[in-house]
Ligand binder design. Structure first.
Ligand code: OSB
Ligand code: MG
Length: 368
């Protein structure tokens, strides 16, 4: 791919408002931005989406920095890569660290698409011109959650996801359901329950939810299968799905009826596409999850979500959902509930270098 340099930047920005889950609250977002440069001066960008602390996955921004700079970039320097697909094989020598791997792999996908003068969406077989947009309500306060829902419905979002736990579940969801009888609503529990709560979750069946995301442990398949048998509402797995093999396991065991794909969590776009293809063949609906990410990752998600198996609106909202100013130009915007899939080369958004520099707290350049 004629690489001449890789630049790694650690950026940090406060969120417009705190994002609460029962696992913890995010108020400030750090992210790793990787730029891959070729001999013709093309630049491809990727984003590493690990959080500052290991509350959601074991990876952190710190471990990503370590693995990217000490292991993955040295591997790339020593081995010729002619297609971004080669990267998964090359990085197979390093165990897990999916978000670190993905940050680089995504930069190479963007660069490769730019070298071929095609949009990333088209390169990977995307068919949609626009994708439906969903948004997450993650407030501690029930009245505020209702207000936010009303605001997002007004903005046109096609599906609302609400963070739930035993502290708010039925009460909050039934209030939202009563206020919006026809709204597609889903609930994300981020592992707030155990199998002993099956009756409590069964009570949510009457609310007509699209799905309940990850009710049980982050690494569980067996108990989710037992729970799914008891619920009419489809279970969707998020935390449990870290690879293609996890998706196969979940399908074989009946642990869920829907799968959420997060590119960073599964180690890159190639793996995300494998999961998509498997789910499409098996008739399992998939949707693209979100990581409170900046525009680079959002742009990659848009390309992924243009694949035909993505039949449910994902957690891909506008840049303004989280940021006063994003690091891409134009920013991601939602029009009447839809995001247009860009047709320009690569991810189809420019990186706003001024904003990138303003938000960078640490950077490192590697020459090839
Ligand atoms: O569980 O889906 C999740 C954000 C951070 C970590 C985990 C999750 C989330 C979200 C998506 O709910 C938020 C978004 O980016 O829109
Ligand atoms: Mg989730």
């Amino acid at each position: 791919m004629n690489l001449t340099a890789i630049n790694v930047s650690l950026i940090s920005t406060p969120l417009k408002q705190p994002f609460h889950t029962h696992l913890g609250t995010v108020t400030e977002r750090e992210s790793l931005i990787v730029e891959a440069v070729d001999t013709d001066g093309n630049s491809g960008f990727g984003e590493g989406v690990a959080f500052s602390s290991p509350w959601y996955t074991e990876e952190t921004i710190g471990t990503s920095w370590h693995v990217v700079t000490e292991f993955l970039i040295p591997l790339l320097k020593k081995n010729l890569v002619s297609h971004p697909k080669d990267v998964s094989t090359l990085f197979g020598a390093i165990r897990r660290n999916h978000m670190a791997k993905s940050a680089i792999e995504l930069a190479l996908w963007d660069l490769y698409a730019k070298q071929k003068h095609v949009s990333l969406a088209k390169l990977i077989g995307g068919e949609a011109d626009k994708i439906p947009s969903g948004v997450v309500v993650a407030s501690k306060d029930e009245a505020e959650a209702l207000e936010q829902t009303a605001m997002y419905v007004e903005e046109g979002y096609q599906r609302i996801k609400v963070k739930i736990s035993p502290a708010n579940d039925y009460r909050l969801l039934s209030r939202i359901r009563n206020a919006f009888p026809d709204l597609p609503i889903m609930a994300d529990a981020n592992s707030a329950y155990t199998l002993n709560d099956a009756d409590r979750l069964k009570a949510l069946d009457e609310l007509g939810l699209l799905m309940i995301e990850q009710p049980l442990a982050h690494n569980d398949f067996l108990e989710h299968a037992k729970l799914q048998k008891k619920l009419a509402t489809p279970i969707c797995l998020d935390e449990s799905i870290n690879s293609y093999e996890d998706a196969v396991l979940a399908a074989e065991l009946g642990s869920c009826r829907i799968i959420s794909v997060k590119v960073g969590k599964v180690g890159g776009l190639s793996e995300a596409i494998r999961i998509h293809d498997f789910c499409r063949d098996r008739g399992i609906p998939v949707w693209c999850g979100g990581m409170i990410e900046f525009g680079v990752s959002r742009a990659h998600n848009i390309a992924l979500a243009s694949l035909p198996g993505f039949t449910i609106p994902g957690d891909i909202s506008s840049s303004s959902r989280f940021w006063e100013e994003d690091i891409i130009k134009p920013e991601v915007s939602v029009e009447n509930g839809w995001i247009t899939v860009p047709k320009g080369p690569g991810i189809g958004f420019e990186v706003n270098r001024t904003r990138l520099e303003q938000t960078t707290i640490r950077s490192m350049a590697f020459r090839f």
